[in-house]
Design a protein around this ligand. Structure first.
Ligand SMILES: [Zn+2]
Length: 461
């Protein structure tokens, strides 16, 4: 019996930034995709005589990069954007928890679809959602999120979050917004059993993700870490985001956030944390020693006046760093490609000034860095033969970019570039700047009506 003929897609005549270990780039190059994997990448046009080519894309005037990888988000916030816009983190949380606690399954589904559509349209091929709001009787929220990601067609990590430290236990969230310790652990384990796929080309993975030191008990952190390691899945949480969190940990536990995480089993090469803004040299050394990863969220940190993470020091120490949009209640744009630019700009305003990130380092954070943070660097995050075909072809020949000398700088420093083609697992998700998997206008309408319903129920209408 003859071997099955694997369909091939050829993209050629474009600039290619592979983001491989040597930052190999081609001023004019090609990529050949066979099925759902990259078969070859190189300079010049694709080799002649390839069989079974089902599509040939002329990439003239374009830049081809690995798909963007988002490492921190809260999809539900899509329908609570533009609220508490002048608050710092703790005040913003106190203002928004009562609204978020009224979220039900149809609202979450509409919000997840909106968040996913926005990211996919902007070149994200691997999305993640850290969801930790599970009001009693709200329906199958985990199912609604995973189904929305599957519909949109992106690769996806759901960090199944939880909160069990309500106000009566000294936490920040109201009591009616939290789960019990046992309930949170059981539901997290169920999500892993139901959805986690550990295979090379997995489209859905689950991580264990208690929300933050000020909204979960020490027991939930410890038992959550044990659960994740028993199941062989990753761990995610918020860490060292603000001075208020630092103070909370010092007062309550007698140590800073990083020492507290270490004491609960939360440093390791299977852990990544969002923000990590307030880290001293010892904290950075502890992350480097243990291989703990960081989701850098520059726009959200600026919006909530949290501070500037020490990304150049983290990279120098060898810490895996990816980018995150964070929830869209603290970053209304919800786009990851703007984070490439903001990561570069924000870090150049920090202590390192001009020795901070380069444009190529920013692109690496948003691709290969994110893949490392999610534990998937062997599979995605760079354009290399054998890896999964998650690729974005950015249009660089219009008014916004055509006169910028270098395509990588154009992508990072210029206006948000239109996406001519985005492939996930070899499948088209964006074509000519439009989603092919979902109806963007229908997603927008439903997000608006669910946002209004939530506003009415929560009383901020
Ligand atoms: Zn967050």
């Amino acid at each position: 019996m003859a071997a099955p003929r694997v369909p091939r897609i050829v993209i050629e005549n474009c600039a290619v930034a592979t983001v491989d270990a040597h930052d190999t780039e081609y001023a004019s190059g090609h990529v050949v995709i066979a099925g759902h994997r990259i078969e070859s990448v190189g300079a010049g046009p694709a080799p002649a005589g390839l069989e079974n080519v089902v599509r040939r894309v002329d990439g003239t005037g374009h830049l081809l990069t690995p798909g963007l990888v988002n490492t921190h988000h809260h999809f539900y916030q899509w329908i609570t954007r533009g609220l508490a816009t002048d608050h710092n983190l703790f005040d913003w949380l106190v203002a928004l928890y009562p609204v978020w606690a009224r979220i039900d399954e149809p609202m979450l589904r509409a919000a997840a679809r909106g968040s996913l559509a926005m990211m996919a349209r902007g070149g994200v091929t691997t999305a993640m959602d850290h969801h930790y709001v599970y009001p009693r009787g709200a329906g199958d929220l985990t199912g609604a999120i995973v189904e929305s990601a599957t519909e949109t067609g992106v690769r996806f990590t759901l960090a199944r979050g939880s909160m069990d430290r309500g106000q009566t236990d000294g936490g920040l969230p109201p009591d009616f917004a939290v789960e019990s310790l046992d309930g949170a652990l059981a539901a997290t384990e169920e999500a892993v059993d139901r959805y986690h796929d550990s295979s090379f080309d997995a489209m859905t993975q689950i991580a264990v993700a208690p929300c933050s030191p000020f909204s979960v008990s020490t027991e939930l952190l410890k038992l959550g870490a044990e659960l994740a390691r028993r199941k062989g899945v990753r761990l995610h949480t918020h860490g060292s985001e603000t001075v208020e969190e630092e103070r909370f940990c010092e007062e309550r536990f007698g140590m800073g956030p990083t020492d507290y995480f270490e004491s609960t089993g939360w440093l390791g090469d299977d852990v990544w944390m969002a923000h990590c803004v307030h880290m001293n040299d010892a904290d950075i050394a502890a992350f480097a020693r243990t291989g703990t990863g960081v989701a850098h969220c520059p726009s959200s940190n600026a919006r909530l006046a949290a501070g500037i993470a020490r990304v150049p020091d983290m990279l120098a120490a060898g810490i895996p760093v990816g980018l995150g949009v964070d929830g869209t209640a603290s970053n209304e744009s919800g786009e990851l490609h703007t984070e490439l630019r903001n990561a570069l700009l924000v870090n150049r305003l920090g202590a390192h000034r001009e020795a901070a990130l380069t444009a190529r380092q920013a692109l690496r954070l948003g691709t290969h860095g994110g893949a490392r943070v999610l534990g998937r660097a062997d599979q995605i995050g760079s354009i290399e033969a054998g890896k999964l075909a998650d690729l974005v072809l950015w249009k660089m020949d219009t008014l916004a970019h055509s006169s910028i000398a270098d395509p990588v700088s154009a992508l990072v420093l210029g206006a948000a570039a239109p996406v001519t083609l985005s492939l996930v697992n070899g499948r088209t998700v964006v074509e000519d700047n439009h989603l092919t998997t979902v109806d963007e206008d229908a997603v927008a309408r439903s997000a608006r009506s669910e946002a209004r319903r939530l506003a009415r129920i929560a009383g901020h209408d």
